[in-house]
Design a protein around this ligand. Structure first.
Ligand SMILES: [Zn+2]
Ligand SMILES: [Zn+2]
Length: 269
């Protein structure tokens, strides 16, 4: 009997570093490695996995909270790396990647679907202050999971692409009031609040109301800011807004937290 679906763990999510693990019977893949190689290795060990077993790392964009450990892991373990052309250029000009063997570098263009063994992965562009940021929808045997963080807003086009997935990792970056009142410089506040910044707790909830459907069972809140958010507030905002929209929160689907430094349990979709 062949296994249906796939397994995943959000190894870490937050402004201090992001990494997502995905596994099928044929492939073991990371999306982003925005923490040190050592930390990624210890996060993988929390779910009894090893970096040497990874087939590939998919990269969303060149910000350090997404690529910090990519170069170290690639040099040590030799897995394939995928990013779009512009992101490759930006990474090669940044201090984080270091030298990577050209045979490990692969292109995954925005708006394309690629097959990795037994899973299809679709990339889609987001609105964020990186050269060509893209996130992913994973699809196997009628099951799908969407990652959507690091975007200033969710366009109708994006909402359509990510429609009715079984699970979501959705951005809940900041509480607008905490951000406004906080100590960040005005320019940085403007950047986060802009269309090229990050989704607030309310924005994330609104995006889910537009995108989720009758298949949706799990919503994970991701990329929380340490400075400008509170886990309980992000959770409450999502739950309350979904309930107000008459969606069966806690019944038809559940809302889960993620952590900046602890992996979520390896879960079958
Ligand atoms: Zn970013
Ligand atoms: Zn980020």
């Amino acid at each position: 009997m062949s296994e249906i679906g796939f397994k995943y763990s959000i190894l870490a999510s937050g402004s201090s570093g992001n990494s997502f693990y995905l596994e099928t019977p044929k492939k073991k893949i990371l999306v982003d490695a925005g923490l040190s190689g050592k930390k990624i290795t210890s996060l993988l060990s929390e779910i009894n996995r090893k970096p040497e077993d990874l087939d590939a790392i998919l990269i969303t964009h060149e910000h350090s909270d997404h690529i910090h450990g990519v170069g170290v892991l690639a040099r040590k373990y030799g897995m394939d790396l995928y990013a779009n052309e512009k992101t490759w250029q930006a990474m090669e000009n940044s201090k984080y990647l270091g030298k990577v063997n050209s045979s490990q570098k692969h292109i995954f263009e925005m708006g394309k679907t690629k097959t990795f063994g037994d899973i299809d992965i679709e990339s889609f562009g987001v609105s964020h202050d990186a050269v060509a940021p893209q996130f992913y929808r994973f699809m196997k045997d009628d099951k799908s999971f969407v990652m959507l963080t690091d975007t200033g807003y969710v366009s109708d086009r994006m909402a359509g692409i990510v429609e009715n997935a079984d699970g979501y990792l959705i951005e809940s970056n900041h509480d607008v009031e905490i951000l406004r009142a906080g100590s960040y410089a005005w320019r940085l506040k403007q950047r986060i609040l802009s269309d090229f910044g990050h989704l607030s707790n309310e924005d994330g909830a609104e995006a889910m109301i537009r995108a989720m459907g009758n298949r949706t069972k799990k919503i994970y809140l991701g990329h929380l800011s340490k400075e400008n958010n509170i886990k309980e507030l992000a959770h409450m905002t999502m739950v309350n807004q979904l309930a107000q929209a008459d969606l069966g929160v806690g019944v038809d689907f559940k809302v889960y937290d993620t952590s900046p430094d602890t992996a979520t349990p390896l879960t079958e979709i």
